[in-house]
Design a binder for this molecule. Structure first.
Ligand code: SF4
Length: 165
């Protein structure tokens, strides 16, 4: 399971199902590249101080090892709750691998906004529940229904979900 699963779980179960079942409309590598570009333009000196870390299915682009802080860069704050859970999941995975005392910072350079993210006991409990729920959703045979939400217009699956020939 990856941070993207956690993110999409908050956004839309259909999106989660499509992603988990290999139907990809957006180029994840483009998004990663875009995030990195925003970071490097916004904080030109910082990239050298942070490390890339791949562990247990997740990949952190900017991990401050000395201070145990994960920096997660987002280009907007449209779906903040999903961003927050994605970051909480990263902290959870590090904990699960014996790295204690980690916190996270969500950064929105274009908005000049940062949010500190910490993992609480109720969050740990909730993450375990979400993991189970994600497993259940992605194994279902049928794709969940469209959600007809505002966010759909910004979703890479929009045409797939709503535009028929
Ligand atoms: S377009 Fe809407 S319904 Fe379809 S996957 Fe995206 S968020 Fe879900």
């Amino acid at each position: 399971m990856t941070g993207t699963h956690f993110n999409y779980y908050q956004v839309c179960h259909r999106k989660l199902w499509l992603f988990a079942n290999g139907i990809n409309m957006e180029h994840t590598s483009d998004l990663v590249y875009e995030g990195k570009l925003i970071h490097e333009m916004s904080y030109p000196q910082r990239s050298e101080r942070y490390e890339e870390l791949e562990i247990d299915g997740i990949k952190l682009d900017y991990y401050d090892t000395r201070n145990k802080v994960i920096h997660e860069i987002k280009k907007s704050d449209k779906v903040e709750v999903a961003h927050e859970w994605q970051l909480k999941y990263y902290i959870y995975v590090l904990e699960r691998n014996g790295i204690e005392g980690v916190t996270g910072i969500l950064e929105y350079p274009t908005l000049r906004q940062t949010d500190k993210v910490e993992l609480t006991n109720p969050d740990r409990e909730r993450i375990r529940e979400i993991e189970e729920d994600i497993g259940r959703i992605i194994k279902t045979e049928n794709c969940p229904a469209v959600i007809n939400a505002k966010i759909c217009k910004l979703c890479s699956y929009y045409e797939f979900c709503y535009v028929s020939e």
